[in-house]
Design a protein around this ligand. Structure first.
Ligand SMILES: Cc1ncc(COP(=O)(O)O)c(C=O)c1O
Length: 307
């Protein structure tokens, strides 16, 4: 889906017109992929107010990704949070997706050069259900990808780092060309890791499991939200290794992510998951999640940054 242009983008401390937010073709990150980014959502709640969901945690992870990339962020946590708020405000968005990016600009192209300037942008734009409105309701079809999530010495899985998304893009494109909606990736040992841009949860006999953070996965903020919401509902949630075929025989599988929100999986590699629809634990979780982000839940205000 093409991005719908809005008025302004925050670039290095200033809101500039959308069309002026450009950079040189010799920007270091464009060539080697050393850059850190985030995906954040702002939602309009039942009372009409707009909030950015778990903004602090996203900015903390952005700064962590910069550390992993050996980039010194040019702005503080508070300044980056304010930049996100200002960008949404300036574009008068009731709800939107936010894309902060810290990257290396033009100036030198040596691999080890510290000369390129560290540049920061925050864009926002409209983005509906990432895996489709139908997918959110009825579930999606997934395939296990032939691409593996790299081990922790080959990829910095705890960072949201630009160049690391090559395998995610290739796996996702292959899945779509093969008639699936998403690809699921295994780790180097063959255990379940995550989706191309989502964490994964598996339900069997009322117990919910998700791969541990020490594995080859991103520490998803929606993953953390999910674990907290499920535990509040009294559900037994465990972080542990999951074998590939445990997916095929699960009662429910769902994916979590800022873009994907809580998306049920109805089929994996042509095996129907449970009844082939969103299961009861997934549905209850979706209800709780959307009540927090767009509804009138009052218990999780600490997750909301109002515009
Ligand atoms: C590889 C990967 N895993 C998981 C996630 C989910 O993370 P979050 O819930 O913080 O959006 C994302 C999205 O950011 C991702 O890119």
């Amino acid at each position: 889906m093409a991005i719908k242009k809005v008025d302004t983008i925050w670039v290095d401390g200033e809101l500039v017109p959308w069309d002026s937010a450009t950079d040189h073709v010799l920007a270091h990150t464009l060539h080697y992929g050393v850059g850190a980014f985030e995906g954040i959502r702002a939602y309009q709640r039942a009372d009409g107010r707009t909030q950015i969901f778990r903004l602090r945690e996203h900015i903390d992870r952005l700064i962590d990704s910069c550390v992993i990339c050996t980039m010194d962020p040019a702005y503080t946590r508070e300044q980056l949070m304010q930049a996100c708020i200002d960008t949404v405000r300036s574009n008068k968005m009731a709800s939107c997706y936010l894309r902060p990016l810290v990257y290396l600009g033009a100036g030198a192209l040596g691999l080890g050069s510290f000369e390129p300037p560290v540049r920061t942008i925050v864009a926002c734009y409209e983005w509906g259900a990432y895996l489709g409105a139908d997918g959110l309701k009825k579930g999606i079809k997934c395939m296990i990808s032939g691409f593996t999530r790299a081990n922790g010495n080959a990829a910095m899985n705890k960072g949201k780092i630009c160049g690391q998304y090559v395998t995610s893009v290739l796996a996702k494109r292959m899945a779509i060309k093969s008639g699936f909606e998403e690809a699921l990736m295994l780790d180097p040992q063959g255990y379940v890791a995550e989706g191309t841009g989502e964490n994964i949860f598996v339900v069997k006999n009322g117990v919910v499991r998700t791969p541990q953070l020490a594995g080859a996965i991103l520490a998803g903020i929606t993953r953390d939200t999910t674990i907290q919401l499920l535990r509040e509902q009294g559900v037994d949630v465990r972080e542990e290794a999951i074998a590939r075929d445990e997916l095929y025989i699960a009662d429910e599988v769902f994916l979590t992510g800022t873009a994907a929100e809580i998306t049920p999986v109805r089929d994996i590699d042509h095996r129907k998951i449970g009844k082939g629809e969103a299961g009861p634990i997934t549905r209850r979780l979706q209800e709780a999640f959307f009540n927090v982000v767009t509804g009138s839940d009052a218990k999780h205000d600490h997750w909301l940054s109002y515009i």
